[in-house]
Design a binder for this molecule. Structure first.
Ligand SMILES: Nc1ncnc2c1ncn2[C@@H]1O[C@H](COP(=O)(O)OP(=O)(O)O)[C@@H](O)[C@H]1O
Ligand SMILES: [Mg+2]
Length: 343
């Protein structure tokens, strides 16, 4: 199911001792989230991600603007229609939100009980869901005996038990270690394909976007500052916010299997970052550059960001020469599929 957001706004009033201020948590957001894909929404803490997802998942109503699922407007549903619509939405959170008094199986059964599903059907569906998330032997396990990763698996199974078409994940891997994060992302990717889900992945971790999402929107101060395919964003980041997110993952590899390969020759980071996009690797662009222009360059670091099906390269370099010559070089490089970012 495609999701369309038009000019969504939500303002909260925050009341301190003697000061009353307005927080524009969601500030005129318009977005098209294509169906049958994993769409990331990334932003720093406080950027407005959770506020936005509460509007999109119909937990709260916007002050103004519209939410459409497919062609249907859903931000103004009557109470009874809202209940039915919400059954077609699954949600998972950072802290799992499971019922600690229930077993794994009984947690998954819960939304089916609420929907009035017959007992026998619930039983078989719970088994099916446990198998889907790789926990078929833990049906009767109390939630307290499960690891974080297993809890999130139960939460995924519960969220999808009623066969929704949309899954919202709000920081679903933020409480998990890198290996478990990797496993949960792989599981979500697999299930997305199996069930043709539209997955909206809210995160503050660029690793999650890199490893799981096809497209992404970057938000800051309640606004979308950049949106596009993940590959585009990695090779041609347009805003400083996005560059910082990318930089942070390249400097702290957490998981040996998924780490970005960075080789540093110098402590300095250089004045330019070159991002190599499709086609750039076919030509010896750097040696052509130094032949054609009156500049010298020095490579200080180089690395790879592994996206899901490919790798995109980048290099930190110093380019020395007259200003106008450097300007020409930057232009020439971008024509040769090398995006240049000035630091
Ligand atoms: N119910 C609320 N009442 C008052 N302020 C809120 C409420 N929910 C969120 N905010 C404020 O809105 C801003 C965005 O918060 P949030 O959406 O939780 O950000 P994120 O999920 O990106 O960390 C923050 O300044 C937060 O304090
Ligand atoms: Mg949040």
């Amino acid at each position: 199911m495609q999701i369309k957001l038009e000019n969504l706004k939500k303002t909260y009033i925050s009341q301190n001792k003697n000061e009353r201020s307005e927080i524009h948590a969601v500030d005129d957001v318009s977005l098209l989230i294509p169906e049958n894909t994993i769409f990331g929404i990334i932003g720093k803490s406080g950027a407005g991600k959770s506020s936005l997802v509460r509007l999109v998942s119909l937990l709260e109503t916007p002050d103004s603007g519209y939410v459409y699922y497919g062609d249907k407007r859903v931000d103004n549903l009557s109470k009874s229609d809202l209940i039915l619509q919400r059954r077609k939405i699954g949600m998972i959170f950072q802290n799992f939100n499971l019922f600690s008094s229930r077993t794994a199986g009984k947690n998954i059964a819960y939304p089916l009980e609420i929907a009035g599903t017959p007992r026998e059907k619930i039983k078989s569906r719970v088994r099916e869901m446990l198998t889907l998330v790789g926990l078929s032997d833990r049906e009767n396990a109390p939630v307290s005996t499960l690891s974080g990763g297993q809890k999130q698996r139960v939460a995924i199974a519960r969220a999808l038990a009623t066969e929704p078409s949309i899954l919202f994940c709000d920081e679903a891997t933020s409480a998990l270690d890198p290996n478990t994060t990797h496993q949960i992302l792989e599981l979500i990717k697999e299930i997305q394909k199996k069930m043709n889900l539209t997955v909206v992945m809210i995160t503050h971790q660029m690793e999650v976007v890199r490893d799981a999402c096809e497209s992404v929107a970057v938000i800051e101060n309640g606004r979308v500052v950049e949106t596009g395919k993940v590959k585009e964003i990695f090779t041609k980041p347009k805003t400083q916010v996005t560059r910082n997110f990318i930089k942070n993952i390249s400097s702290e590899p957490k998981n040996f299997e998924y780490q970005n390969k960075v080789v540093k020759w110098s402590k300095d980071s250089g004045r330019f970052v070159l991002h190599f996009a499709d086609g750039a690797t076919e030509k010896p662009v750097l040696s052509m550059m130094s032949k054609e222009f009156d500049v010298t360059f020095n490579i200080l670091a180089a690395g790879l960001n592994r996206l899901q099906n490919e790798e995109v390269g980048y290099m930190e370099v110093d380019i020395t020469g007259k200003d106008e010559e450097i300007e020409k070089v930057v232009h020439w490089l971008s024509e040769n599929h090398v995006n240049v970012e000035k630091l």
